[in-house]
Write a protein that binds this ligand. Sequence first.
Ligand SMILES: Nc1ncnc2c1ncn2[C@@H]1O[C@H](COP(=O)(O)OP(=O)(O)OP(=O)(O)O)[C@@H](O)[C@H]1O
Length: 328
Amino acid sequence: MSDSDNPAILEVDNLARHFPVRGFLNRQVGSLRALDNVSFAVEPGEILGIVGESGCGKSTLGKTLMGIHEPSEGEVRMLGERIASPGQKRAARIRARLQYVYQDPGASLDPRWTLRRSLHEPLIIHTDWPKEKREEKVREIVKAVGLPVEHLDLYPHEISGGQQRRVGLARILVLGPELVIFDEPTSGLDVSVQATVLRLFRDLKSEFDLTYLFISHDLAVVQSICDRVIVMYLGRIVEIGRTAEVFAAPRHPYTQALLSAAPVIGGPRVTENFSLQGEPPDPSNVPSGCRFRTRCQYATSECADIDPELDDEDGHGVACLRWRELSV
Ligand SMILES: Nc1ncnc2c1ncn2[C@@H]1O[C@H](COP(=O)(O)OP(=O)(O)OP(=O)(O)O)[C@@H](O)[C@H]1O
């Protein structure tokens, strides 16, 4: 998947996560396929976005990569080491190197603790560093996220929501992660705050040599910050490629519909400006063949029989049987 001279920081192979659907007397009556046959690699230093409608499996993917959910099939490797596979417990050793940031990292601060205590805590748990070394690290990170070190003696209620968010990020960065998974990090923020937060993410990324996986339903944000993007539909990757390319010339009918409905810079080059009709199907009862076919205006009978694999051309992959003929 990645060449050996430049190993991917994260490799995801045929990952699936299914949740049991229970009926009468708690008997399992089916299976909800939140994630199926997902494969991709994250290159060191990149920001890889994951987009798709609500319920397409973005968060399930993030949580399965983190080992919060156990994979039903497939495996995840970090720098060549397997960190998640069916039956495998969360790989504790790797935890500090791979961090997950929920929507508002500041919300998880303990109101009874000073910021200093909140920031020392992860280091107490994950390292055997003496107090002085911890304090040095905490001060370095607090400055990096743009807060004065004098704030370390304050409690969360004594600082603003934006500053709490910075402290939440600092709590993650003290551990020295290499890969950070952000799950809807700008949701609920107004546009000017969003711009500040995105600038902070970029600055921290270059200062600490980080790689980001950036889960978001906000296409404009993804367009502005991500190097590459994965488009998901009903638990599958339908398109993957460099953000500029995918946004300028989307190949999958789903991506075309998604982009034509959203206010993004430049807008996509699509032949017809068609919008998505209806809701995605129930993931506990996925359509045969291509999962998008029930909402696709180009679907043929073949699309009901064949489940398309990602067809990669120059690093731009698309899972659609008809994309070549539709793009001429
Ligand atoms: N713990 C769970 N148990 C059962 N079903 C789940 C669980 N977590 C997620 N699902 C289901 O898996 C599917 C994918 O959900 P997921 O939260 O990953 O989507 P999403 O793309 O992140 O959506 P959103 O943008 O709304 O957060 C949904 O149908 C959801 O109901």
